[in-house]
Design a protein around this ligand. Structure first.
Ligand code: OGA
Ligand code: MN
Length: 292
């Protein structure tokens, strides 16, 4: 039996977890090491895994209650997804591939801009776990941002400006910036639909403060004029999305990457639509957002 070994990426966040075969039951001791590493490194990568959907679900459920697959987000028939019956409610397919001419999953091959998963909900998911079944030889890399570091390094003036403030997280657009079904473009950001969250979030486990941004379009800081809000958000976003807070995952088949959605933002590079990329994803139900 090999021993678990955590290797930080050396970047702003992220670590590899070696010596764990996720197709086998994970002991409590091993799980404890994983959970601690996750708290410290925010994003974990398990490479060379070979797991089916029920196993992905079982492992994911160690981190909390599994979230249901978002129904509205599915521009496709879930029966075509290739996910086994007992997992269909819990495993989302992120893919550009088609089966019999029908999309097997969501999010296509286009760029996904920096975002926090489903932060337009009052209780955004705690975590997402993304498992690669098919990957293009290049393109489609996923970037992650360390939002603790982004907060801690904010210039004092910006820190003071956002202190105690809340922000609207736009529910009308997806992570590609496209308008969702049933929504209209909001021209007045102070009327954007979506959840309202503190700009500084206290992580319930690590007790560290993180900058909490959902996505830039449609955002609005309460208590400011639209002009002031736009200016402040532009400055905070420009700070938070610097390369020095980011680390990129270049996918290989069998990679399982999990991120802490409470202190990490992510994005995805576009890739050639003629290439195949197929991922299975679980999400963990979140807890109430604490102001930092
Ligand atoms: C997601 C997501 C990124 C990717 O599944 O929430 O943003 O690399 N995916 O596909
Ligand atoms: Mn996402």
């Amino acid at each position: 039996m090999s021993e678990i070994w955590i290797q930080p990426t050396g970047g702003a966040l992220g670590a590899d977890v070696y010596g764990v075969d996720l197709s086998q039951p994970v002991s409590d001791a091993t799980f404890k090491t994983i959970a601690e590493a996750w708290g410290e490194h925010l994003v974990l990568r398990f490479s060379g895994q070979k797991i089916d959907d029920p196993t992905l679900m079982t492992f994911s459920a160690r981190f909390g209650e599994l979230d249901r697959v978002p129904i509205a987000a599915a521009g496709f028939d879930r029966m075509d997804s290739g996910v086994v019956d007992q997992a269909r409610e819990w495993v989302a397919v992120i893919a550009n591939v088609k089966k019999n001419g029908k999309a097997m999953g969501g999010l296509g091959s286009y760029e996904l801009v920096w975002h926090t998963d489903m932060s337009y909900n009052p209780l955004p998911p705690r975590a997402s776990l993304l498992y690669a079944l098919e990957v293009p030889p290049d393109g489609g890399n996923t970037g992650f941002l360390n939002m603790y570091a982004a907060y801690e390094t904010l210039p004092d003036e910006l820190k003071r400006a956002i202190e105690g403030k809340t922000c609207i997280h736009d529910s009308s657009r997806n992570s590609a910036g496209e308008l969702r079904k049933g929504f209209q473009t909001t021209y007045d950001v102070s009327k954007t639909p979506g959840a309202v969250h503190p700009l500084v979030r206290l992580h319930p486990v690590t007790q560290r403060k993180a900058l909490f941004l959902g996505r830039r379009p449609g955002a609005y800081i309460h208590g400011l004029s639209i002009e002031e809000s736009e200016k402040l958000l532009d400055a905070v976003w420009a700070h938070a999305t610097q390369d020095r807070f980011a680390w990129y995952q270049k996918w290989r088949i069998g990679d399982l990457v999990m991120w802490d959605n409470r202190c990490v933002m992510h994005r995805r590079d576009a890739f050639d639509e003629g290439l195949r990329r197929l991922m299975h994803r679980t999400q963990i139900v979140g807890e109430p957002v604490l102001a930092g």
